[in-house]
Design a protein around this ligand. Structure first.
Ligand code: FES
Length: 118
């Protein structure tokens, strides 16, 4: 994601809502944001699987990765990289995360309308 397209950080969840090994979907307008806690790190990525649109938050994060619950495509959460083969168009968008006290804040795009719908 081009940083110039990002807006301000927004409070999307609290740490107590996202225990180790869990995930949570937050919908902001047309944007599905997946929050994942794996190995004590909170990641925010596009929650919609690029293969056929399944919600990646229905899967369980393990060792910094998420496997799509529908057809088992695998992604690294730190950078959104699709891990099963070389396909840069298959990578997930990744959003910066910061923790302020108990708040999980994510820097999401300023325009949260889905350009894929065009
Ligand atoms: S919908 Fe995710 S791998 Fe097919």
């Amino acid at each position: 994601m081009d940083e110039s397209q990002l807006g301000p950080f927004r409070h999307l969840a609290n740490l107590q809502d996202l225990v180790e090994g869990s995930s949570k979907m937050v919908v902001v307008d047309d944007l599905w944001i997946g929050l994942f806690n794996t190995d004590g790190t909170i990641h925010a990525v596009d929650a919609r699987c690029p293969h056929a649109g399944a919600a990646l938050t229905k899967g369980t994060p393990v060792d910094g990765t998420i496997s799509c619950p529908v057809h088992a495509w695998n992604f690294r959460l730190s950078d959104g990289k699709y891990l099963d083969e070389d396909c840069s168009d298959c990578d997930l968008a990744v959003y910066p995360v910061r923790i302020i006290g108990q708040k999980i804040e994510v820097q999401i795009p300023a325009d949260t309308t889905d350009s894929r719908a065009d």
